[in-house]
Design a protein around this ligand. Structure first.
Ligand SMILES: [Zn+2]
Length: 87
């Protein structure tokens, strides 16, 4: 059936959610980016489009775990996009 729902867990609040309600975050060279079109094939972290969830994920280093990345992550671009789009 075509309406089968894929469930993913938000790395911020750790709640389960339908995949299409979450955005995909990836990292490139230590910079966090929103994978808007699911085009980038690298490892991704699922997140609500919510500044709270983003801040939680940063605070708890959830992105490091989800993306298997141990260096410093530059979050400014994602923060900018979230801040400008969230009312
Ligand atoms: Zn969340």
């Amino acid at each position: 059936m075509s309406d089968k729902k894929t469930i993913r867990t938000c790395v911020g609040c750790n709640k389960k959610e339908e995949k299409n309600k979450l955005i995909r975050i990836i990292q490139q060279n230590g910079e966090l980016l929103i994978d808007h079109k699911n085009l980038l094939g690298s490892r991704g972290a699922n997140l609500h489009k919510s500044l709270d969830c983003l801040n939680w994920a940063i605070k708890t280093k959830a992105f490091h775990k989800a993306l298997k990345f141990s260096g410093a992550l530059n979050t400014s671009q994602v923060l900018n996009e979230f801040s400008s789009e969230v009312p």
